[in-house]
Design a protein around this ligand. Structure first.
Ligand code: NAD
Ligand code: IPM
Ligand code: MN
Length: 368
């Protein structure tokens, strides 16, 4: 019997609640397909700060490296929000594990479950046919550039008086853009053959370089793929104007962060958006949303983004396409039956069909 080691990182707030459902589904799918998944928890984020004073302990990184795949839930929360630049923050743990594992490609599939067409805030005819893959660069840009906050004895204010200053640097290297562009074109070839590259080339030097390199890679090796450039502000608008037109959307780290939350809402809820973070070694799977402190501890979080991240794990790390399809089919069936968590329920949902986190996980498992 095949056996895989999964490093599970529950994190904070709703993290442990949705992780439990991801594990349930993993166990069920393993049983059905004759594969053993051995899950081991490790600390990250606020939970790790509380236990060891750092958001990503070395033991966690070692455990992740020694695993066959990493499943993460979410990190962060008001408890660890601080303006002290020297204090540890939960989010640092996430950024560090992405960087250390070299996870430069973040795939965020935006797909509509037809049962949920009423859950979106957009009109059904606008979201009909939406099937988009956001390819977000994950280990470069503003998130990892030089940064500083300091008290400037002179020149901080318009009047030249002392005051605070801060900066973050947006930097990319050629190879970083080349490799993410290739990922996007490869993804497009397996889909509808279209790539929209999103940048701010009318203002930013990094974006002008981005555009030039994306076009060079396209012309050299992927001329069969249709390529369009879209400025990021326009992209934000087009995403809700003509979402079904987009196939692959490739963009730098922070633009991808922002646009993927926007795109999630097309599907009805952030609670539906899974993600895969891939590099050259072990991969990491996590919902695109955060730790939702506003609903933590209530047992009402939507576990489907976590469960669909398990689906992506099976597909990308273990080549278990059939098992991944089974998870997707189970989720589809549950939604077709009218079962909902609070975030994807609408006015027409009968109260008895509104499930909590664990009941939703159980419903998916029952279909498996
Ligand atoms: P968030 O994504 O946690 O929540 C935004 C809104 O969406 C909230 O109203 C929340 O209740 C809702 N939501 C999110 N996931 C949901 C789910 N599964 N089911 C139902 N509703 C859901 O974003 P935020 O509130 O801006 O950030 C909260 C914390 O999460 C911050 O500390 C942030 O840094 C962190 N964060 C972590 C990750 C991650 O771990 N990958 C991602 C984003 C934000
Ligand atoms: C995400 C999150 C993270 C990001 C934060 C928590 C660092 O918003 O995964 O989208 O910005 O990448
Ligand atoms: Mn985000």
């Amino acid at each position: 019997k095949k056996s895989y080691k999964i490093c599970c990182l529950p994190g904070d707030c709703i993290g442990p609640e949705i992780m439990a459902e991801g594990k349930k589904v993993l166990a069920a799918v393993g049983q059905r397909f004759g594969v053993e998944f051995v899950c081991e928890d490790a600390l990250i984020g606020g939970a790790a700060i509380d236990a060891c004073g750092t958001a990503l302990p070395d033991e966690t990184l070692d455990a992740a490296r020694a695993s066959d795949a990493v499943l993460l839930a979410a990190v962060g929360g008001p408890k660890w929000d601080t303006t002290d630049p020297a204090a540890p923050r939960p989010e640092q743990g996430l950024l560090k594990i992405r960087k250390e594992l070299g996870l430069y490609t973040n795939l965020r599939p935006v797909q509509i479950f037809s049962a949920l067409s009423g859950a979106s805030t957009l009109k059904p005819e606008v979201i009909d046919g939406v099937d988009m893959m956001i390819v977000r660069e994950l280990t470069g840009g503003l998130y990892f550039g030089r940064r500083e906050r300091f008290y400037d004895e002179e020149g901080a204010g318009a009047d030249g008086k002392p005051g605070q200053r801060a900066y973050d640097t947006l930097e990319y290297r050629e190879y970083e853009i080349e490799r993410i562009a290739r990922q996007a074109f490869e993804a497009a070839r397996k889909r509808r053959g279209k790539v929209a590259s999103v940048d701010k080339a009318n203002v930013l030097e990094t974006s002008r370089m981005w555009r030039e390199i994306v076009h060079r890679i396209h012309d050299e090796d992927y001329a069969d793929v249709e390529l369009e450039d879209v400025l990021v502000d326009n992209a934000a608008m087009q995403l809700i104007n003509r979402p079904a037109d987009f196939d692959v959307v490739v963009t730098e780290n922070m633009f991808g962060d922002i646009l993927s939350d926007e795109a999630a809402q097309i599907t009805g809820s952030l609670g539906m958006l899974a993600s895969a973070s891939l590099g050259d070694g072990v991969a990491l799977y996590e919902p695109s949303h955060g730790s939702a402190p506003d609903i933590a501890g209530k047992g009402i979080a939507n576990p489907l983004a976590q469960i669909l991240s398990v689906e992506m794990m099976l597909r990308y790390s273990f080549d278990m396409g059939e098992a991944a399809d089974a998870i997707r089919a189970a989720v589809t069936a549950v939604l077709d039956d009218g079962l909902r968590t609070r975030d994807i329920a609408d006015a027409g949902t009968p109260e008895e069909n509104v499930l909590g986190t664990a009941a939703m996980g159980d419903a998916v498992v029952a279909r498996l």
